[in-house]
Design a protein. Structure first.
Length: 327
């Protein structure tokens, strides 16, 4: 049950827009509940992606409760547990929904709307992942991709610089899309990237010598060396022309570009993506014996177990074993 749209201008993840009012099940509980709902989605969540995921999870559950005539203050752990069990989707999806509900009800407890958080005692479905699903490129495939890019024009130089940055820094595509001229700088000894990563993390990663050359060639062809420091590093083009605009490429723009470049290089673009470059870099470094904690820092992971999810060495070992079966 959804309330009417309230034209309140907000800024979420750098994008201004309108947010809907709290559902009726919330407003009917009182002003404190409505305030807590608005505060949770208006001030507590910074990431646009997290906002959309949590908003969907919370509103879906509240609509489910409203459809059964259950008031906000009548929601029990048993009811919430039943909802999670019956929720369609994978185990990670159920865990995300439960996480969103726990945080939302924590806010209601904080604002004295309810006494106890009904989601606190609900157990999430067990889900253990040994290896992530993101496929990695081989070293030969990565080199083939870079060499396949036509660099006689500024767009090719730009795309080569972007892909090289993704490969040799293991940065997420969203962080690369956010790069400004001031985020690529020299300290007198070498050049650095300053990435604004997810979760508000800022990381500095040195640029390899060949990446320096790719960036320099692109910036020279684009004639942006003297532009303002806060202007985008990687810029979009005017439709299918090779004329750059002052606007930044978005993460989706880069994603589509990488898919096109993979296809042009004869690589499996259906399975490979921007995120594959992270798995490629992490697997390659671990294969060379680089300590896990160093690779973890490069990848910007808080937990080394997350870094291990990107390690594709186990797939190679498994394949070697099955190939030895004598049947």
């Amino acid at each position: 049950m959804q309330g009417a749209l309230v034209p309140v201008s907000v800024k979420l993840g750098g994008v201004s827009g309108e947010r809907p009012a709290p559902p009726a099940i919330v407003t009917e509980t009182g002003k404190a509940a409505a305030f807590a709902y608005t505060e949770f989605f208006g001030a507590e969540i910074e990431s646009a992606h997290t906002y959309r995921a949590y908003r969907h999870a919370v509103d879906r559950f509240l609509a489910w409760c409203a459809g059964r005539g259950v008031a906000l203050q009548e929601i029990s752990p048993a009811l919430l547990g039943e909802y999670i069990r019956k929720l369609s989707g994978s185990k990670p999806t159920k865990k995300l929904h439960l996480s969103a509900l726990r945080r939302f009800f924590d806010q209601l407890v904080l604002r004295h709307v309810i006494v106890l958080n009904p989601a606190a005692s609900v157990r999430a479905p067990k889900h253990s992942v040994v290896e992530g699903k993101t496929p990695a490129l081989s070293v030969e495939q990565a080199r083939r991709l870079l060499l396949s890019i036509e660099t006689s024009h500024v767009v090719g130089l730009r795309d080569r610089a972007i892909i090289a940055t993704l490969i040799y820094t293991a940065a997420r595509v969203g962080a690369v899309a956010k790069l400004r001229l001031q985020d690529y700088y020299a300290d007198g000894h070498q050049w650095w990237f300053r990435f604004d990563e997810k979760g508000g993390k800022a990381r500095t990663i040195p640029a390899r010598h060949d990446v320096e050359g790719y960036i320099e060639a692109y910036m020279s062809a684009a004639r942006i060396e003297q532009d303002m420091d806060d202007t985008p590093l990687f810029r979009s083009t005017v439709r299918k022309t090779k004329v750059l605009t002052p606007r930044a490429l978005t993460a989706n723009d880069i994603y589509r570009m990488v898919k096109r470049r993979l296809q042009d290089a004869g690589l499996p673009s259906r399975y490979l993506s921007c995120h594959s470059f992270r798995a490629t870099a992490i697997t390659d470094l671990l294969t060379q014996g680089v300590p896990l904690e160093d690779v973890q820092y490069l990848a910007g992971h808080s937990d080394p177990r997350t870094t291990r999810l990107y390690d594709r060495r186990q797939k190679q070992v498994t394949r070697n074993i099955v190939e030895r079966i004598s049947v």
